[in-house]
Write a protein that binds this ligand. Structure first.
Ligand code: HEC
Ligand code: HEC
Ligand code: HEC
Ligand code: HEC
Length: 198
């Protein structure tokens, strides 16, 4: 049954070869046992004067990617691929939740699929870089697994393997249509720390 689903899914998307081949090594490199979950990140990143990244994430699209899979819109997308319940299908959860870590089964028990796409999907798993002494030093953060700049992570999900991909969703500065433009997309979800000089 599983392989049939995969077949019908890739056929439905009109793709040749393995699904998610374009996710690349950045995703494969991530050790799911090092994820800590949004609650821990949020403990230190909810101060108003430092930009309250937790609140910004909660307001934005990425905290609601699981809920999105419960909408009639999502069910219609899934039905075309032979998937009855997108909130239970790894084919959808692999990009709509950090818990699946781009795999077809839960990769981290510390994170619930319901949490959606959390901090660590973009910034990398945090167990080694989240101690305060490391966090305050960007070089040390990167040495300990932080993905920087985090825009390197966007296209792990924002790519044409997404069943709702629209090749003309964005217009680049020089007028070309494109499915994703990290710079423009980041403007919509940014959560800077006003105390840090950029
Ligand atoms: C113990 C508190 C603490 C925890 C837990 C924590 N951080 Fe931080 N983080 C900091 C501090 C302190 C800084 C330095 C800047 C500042 O003062 O906000 C920082 C900076 C950052 C930066 C900016 C790095 C740079 O070089 O620009 C990112 C991104 C970040 N944290 C993400 C995370 C994520 C994701 C998690 C969860 C995996 C996390 N943090 C957990 C305290 C913490
Ligand atoms: C390759 C990663 C990926 C997979 C797999 C994926 N999605 Fe998504 N999904 C996205 C991204 C990224 C967006 C944001 C819109 C965009 O840029 O495509 C999105 C947006 C959506 C939306 C909102 C529509 C829109 O145009 O913004 C729906 C509904 C949706 N997905 C349903 C599903 C369902 C159902 C499945 C499983 C059959 C699924 N997705 C699998 C990445 C994915
Ligand atoms: C969709 C991807 C994404 C998610 C989800 C996300 N971030 Fe970020 N974040 C970024 C990007 C991109 C930047 C810009 C810096 C960079 O490129 O690394 C950034 C910047 C930051 C900074 C540095 C701010 C500064 O001005 O120096 C902190 C701190 C941070 N994020 C914490 C978090 C925390 C905590 C969460 C979860 C509550 C989170 N982020 C969720 C993509 C993301
Ligand atoms: C783990 C997968 C994943 C990663 C990584 C990811 N996104 Fe998303 N993103 C999604 C999904 C799924 C949605 C759809 C949410 C919805 O429609 O409810 C989405 C929606 C969005 C949206 C709102 C829809 C739109 O296109 O306007 C923006 C903006 C966005 N993402 C920007 C980014 C940026 C910038 C990065 C990298 C810094 C990033 N995302 C990384 C999965 C991801």
């Amino acid at each position: 049954m599983k392989s049939m689903l995969r077949l019908s899914c890739s056929a439905g998307l009109g793709l040749a070869g393995a699904i998610f081949a374009s996710a690349g090594s950045l995703a494969a490199d991530r050790d799911a046992s090092l994820y800590v979950g949004v609650k821990l990140c949020g403990m230190c990143h909810k101060k108003e004067d430092s930009g309250n990244q937790l609140a910004s994430w909660q307001k934005g699209a990425h905290s609601k990617t699981f809920e999105k899979l419960g909408t009639p819109e999502a069910k219609a997308v899934a039905a075309k691929l032979g998937i009855a319940d997108p909130q239970k299908s790894a084919k959808c959860l692999k990009c709509h939740s950090t818990a699946y870590n781009w795999t077809e089964q839960i990769a981290s028990e510390k994170i619930q699929p319901e949490d959606g796409v959390t901090c660590e999907s973009c910034h990398g798993p945090g167990k080694k870089y989240m101690p305060k002494s490391v966090m305050e030093d960007r070089k040390k953060c990167i040495e300990n697994g932080m993905v920087y700049p985090a825009t390197k992570s966007c296209e792990l999900c924002h790519n044409d393997q997404s069943p709702t991909w629209k090749a003309d969703r964005y217009t680049t500065k020089d007028g070309k249509k494109t499915g994703f433009d990290a710079e423009q997309a980041y403007e919509k979800i940014k959560h800077p720390n006003p105390k840090v000089k950029h």
